[in-house]
Design a protein around this ligand. Structure first.
Ligand code: Z5A
Length: 216
């Protein structure tokens, strides 16, 4: 693998999509070939699964089934888009990845750690991010941003959950960052957009200093 893989994680409205655009511009200007993608989704099949899950269509089958659907979408995404892009020396910027499954299905979905670990191992087959940026913001503030942006559109399967569940997820992301501190960097996402970008780009500079993809 000669490219880089960077994932962006955090709760609703943390600013992942906004910051990915800034990072894409920064890296493209430096001459990197950048692929922006998201989960669930990123390939034709995974986008189909996305609409089933986020509409709430799979909720009736239980959390384990939803975890399996996220994993199926992820496997298609990894093999159809992420692995080939990394092999071509590209930089992949992904809006959510394994840590979202660990937090949403594993922690707040209360699925067995062994089940989650095995599912992840089989699904990603070695494709782990080089850097994961965890955008941290109090759940209430993130939801307020997401609500403002959504306007009259209906809330999705996960947004509709209680504030306390959203806050548990925030704490779970922070614990994960402590457990995998080499890979995961926490960024204060409650700052203004430029302040968040500045902190993110500082982490990316460190990554660039230690790697040099073929495509650059
Ligand atoms: N999910 C899961 O359960 N398991 C999994 O394995 C995976 C996912 C992969 C996908 O939702 C859902 O699937 C997600 C988890 C679950 N739960 N939900 N809901 P999604 O992709 O549709 O949505 P999201 O990932 O939660 O993203 P989001 O709500 O769109 O938030 P965001 O991308 O982090 O934020 P944004 O769109 O960049 O910004 C939101 C608004 O805030 C927007 O108007 C911005 O202009 C504004 N903004 C952004 N940054 C700032 C700052 N710094 N200050 C002020 N305003 C800002």
């Amino acid at each position: 693998m000669s490219g880089f893989f960077i994932s962006f994680e955090g709760g609703e409205g943390a600013g992942k999509t906004t910051q990915i655009k800034a990072v894409e511009k920064f890296l493209t200007e430096k001459g990197y070939s950048v692929v922006v993608t998201r989960e669930p989704g990123g390939t034709y099949g995974a986008e189909l699964v996305r609409s089933v899950i986020l509409s709430g269509g799979a909720e009736q089958y239980g959390t384990a089934m939803e975890a399996i659907l996220f994993a199926a979408a992820r496997n298609d995404h990894v093999e159809g888009l992420i692995r080939p892009a990394l092999e071509q020396g590209k930089v992949v910027l992904c809006d959510r990845y394994i840590d979202s499954s660990r937090v949403y299905q594993g922690v707040t979905g209360q699925l067995e750690p062994d089940f989650m670990d095995n599912l992840e191992r089989i699904t990603i087959d070695g494709i782990k991010p080089d850097l994961t940026l965890i955008l941290d913001i109090p759940a209430e503030a993130g939801l307020a941003r997401a609500n403002l942006r959504r306007g009259n559109e209906i809330v999705d399967r996960f947004e509709k959950e209680t504030l306390s569940v959203h806050e548990q997820r925030r704490q779970a992301f922070l614990r994960l960052a402590e457990e995998e501190s080499e890979r995961c960097k926490v960024v204060n996402a409650a700052q203004n957009i430029d302040g968040v970008s500045k902190d993110i780009l500082a982490h990316i500079d460190v990554l660039l200093a230690s790697h040099s993809p073929k495509g650059a």
